[in-house]
Each structure stands twice: as C-alpha cells, then as structure tokens.
Design a protein around this ligand. Structure first.
Ligand code: BTN
Length: 336
C-alpha cells in the first residue's frame, strides 16, 4: 500500500499533529492535559482525541492518566517527518519532508515533484519496491534502511553535477565517521566501511544545454538491516551499519546529522573553491592507488588510479603509461 502521509492540503493537520508531538516532547514523560492541548492549539477536545488516536495508529505509545491527561510512552522507530523535523538543525535540507511507508523509488517521486517543489525538499521511503542504483542496476531497499531523495536547484552547468555527487558522498562518509566508523569513498560515490559497500548515491539531473533545472540526489544507506536482507544477486560486497557496529542506530538521528552535513557541504560547494572539498574527498578516498577496471557503456579500461581531477574525474594511469580522465563509469577493483 502506498501512503502519502503529508500532502499540501494536509498542512494544517500536519502542523497540529507536529505541535502535539512537540508538546509531548517538552513534557518529557509527564502528562499533558487534553484540555490544555486543545486550548493551546485552538481545537476542541474531540479533535485532540482524534489526533491522539491517529498517533496511536501510527505506532506512538500513548497512555491516558485519569484527570491528568496523556503520557507519551514511546515513539515508533520510523522516519516520520515530525520526528526528523524535531531537532533538525538545517534551514534548507529537509525543510519539507514527504514520507511514504512503501513506494517504488524515492528518486522517481522526487523527480515528479521537482518542477514545483522547493529546493531542499526530501522524499523518504521506508521500503522501496523499485529501488534503483547507478547504471541501471537494482537497489535492494528493505525496511530498516534509510532511502531518501533530495531535490536541489543549484545554479550550475550540467558538467558540474558530478562534483555535486562527490560532495554528498563526502557528507555521507563524514556522518558515518561521527559514529566511529572508518568510512571511505570509493569513486565516484560508494561509501565503504571495512572495504564493503554500505551506501550508494544515485544522482539524476534535469538540464537544458547550459543550466541545470533540478538535481535529485538519491541516497541509500544500509542501516538497521543485515546484509542477508539483500538478495544474493544484489549483495555483492555489501555490509550494513548494524553489521559493522554490532547494534542498531537511531535512524532519525542519523538522518538529521546527514542532512546537516549535506547542507554544510552544499553551502561550501556554492561559496568556496571546489578544491577545498576535493582535498577532503581525496583524504578519504579508498580508490586512489588501486588497480582497477572501469566499465563504460562502450569499453573497459584498466590501470592504476593516481588521483581525482578538479572536475571530479577519475585519473587513471593505463597499462600503456598514458593517463585518462574518466568522468563516469563503474569502477571495479582488480583482485591482485
Ligand atoms: C548505487 O550505488 O548504485 C546508487 C544507489 C542509490 C540508492 C538510492 S535509495 C534512495 C534513492 N531511490 C532510489 O531508487 N535509488 C536511490
């Protein structure tokens, strides 16, 4: 079933619902009076009851204390917009959040919304049934992962879009490092932990010849799941945050941190020379120095990676000693 939880027409409801959740959080485990809530929000007690029922249906555990009111006992472990928004330290990224418990691909939804959506809008899906990876591959997206897409409208030429993708790869790696993980970037934008892929980015661009109309940054993070949840044919060399950390993470907190990192890097991307970001990407690169095969639509090249250029291209020293800059392709590490 496909559920769109927040639509423009539901904005009023969304804000009341968010305000009730917020009141519970401020009360910090103490009872919140239904009457007081109603007065504060300008709604009847019957409406308050309806919102409380809606929250309970969505997995919020709320008890009623006679004459005292309602007590929030626990919140569901889901990426509900209200949960992400409460404590989110960004001004652009995640300002608008669209949430689906199940959908085909968050990138497809974001693409449809993009022409009229505000920059920074995100689409979060708990479980994707048609998750897409780079180069036409499938992307396994079971429950427990973090699958989301961000709509951006940067004023850049099409040729700069690959730099933007590299930049967000850095944001993902930095967020993982803040959890004590030794995250590395495999060109162009796979994130590895202990040599295994834990995250990937699918960037899709709508552009005229000179200017980008919008960019969709689709990020997939294998979070609270096991690599065994990924079908054999898609598993390749994958891992998950839970497998690497030996415990589940708070996905809401992780996404809040990631959105913050993305916003910081986006500001840097827009205001500073790209070299600054590139130096950090290079310092976290897993690919430089490796012997690789790079698969492109019409050929495969082999060589040793000697760097990443200012345009974000992979610099490959080929077997004949010449150097080629590769803008896009699938990079496969050689076994030896
Ligand atoms: C890759 O490594 O091949 C890129 C994987 C990108 C997966 C994410 S999950 C959210 C967004 N929606 C999709 O269908 N794909 C991206």
């Amino acid at each position: 079933m496909l559920t769109l939880r927040l639509q423009e027409s539901e904005f009023w409801m969304k804000s009341k619902r968010a305000e009730i959740i917020n009141a519970f959080k401020v009360a910090n485990g103490k009872a919140v009076s239904g009457e007081e809530l109603g007065k504060e929000l300008g709604i009847s007690r019957t409406m308050v009851c309806k919102y409380i029922k809606g929250l309970k249906d969505d997995g919020y555990e709320i008890s009623s204390a006679p004459k005292k009111g309602y007590v929030l006992k626990s919140v569901p472990k889901l990426l509900y917009p209200e949960e992400i928004l409460s404590g989110l330290q960004t001004t652009l990224f995640g300002k608008n959040i669209f949430y689906y418990d199940e959908a085909g691909s968050s990138n497809d939804i974001a693409k449809k919304m993009a022409p009229t959506a505000e920059e920074g809008t995100i689409v979060v899906v708990e479980q994707q049934t048609g998750g897409r990876g780079r180069l036409g591959r499938q992307w396994a997206s079971p429950k427990g992962g973090i699958w989301f897409s961000t709509i951006l409208k940067p004023r850049i030429a099409l040729s700069f879009a690959s730099r933007l993708t590299l930049t967000f790869g850095l944001s993902v790696a930095k967020t993982m490092k803040s959890y004590g993980l030794d995250a590395k970037i495999k060109w162009p934008n796979d994130i590895l932990v202990n040599g295994k892929k834990v995250s990937g980015i699918l960037t899709e661009v709508d552009a005229e010849i000179d200017t980008v109309e919008f960019v969709i940054i689709g990020i997939g993070i294998n979070a609270n799941m096991s690599s065994k949840d990924i079908p054999d044919e898609l598993r390749e060399n994958s891992t998950t945050l839970r497998d690497e950390m030996g415990k589940s993470i708070d996905r809401v907190e992780f996404l809040q941190k990631l959105l913050y990192e993305m916003e910081q890097e986006y500001i840097r991307f827009s205001t500073r020379p790209f070299n600054e970001i590139l130096d950090e990407i290079i310092s976290l690169s897993d690919t430089i120095g490796k012997r690789v095969n790079v698969k492109m639509p019409n050929r495969i090249v082999e060589g040793v990676v000697i760097g990443i250029s200012k345009t974000g291209a992979l610099m490959l020293k080929k077997n004949d000693g010449t150097i080629e800059e590769i803008i896009a392709g699938r990079c496969i590490y050689s076994k030896n």
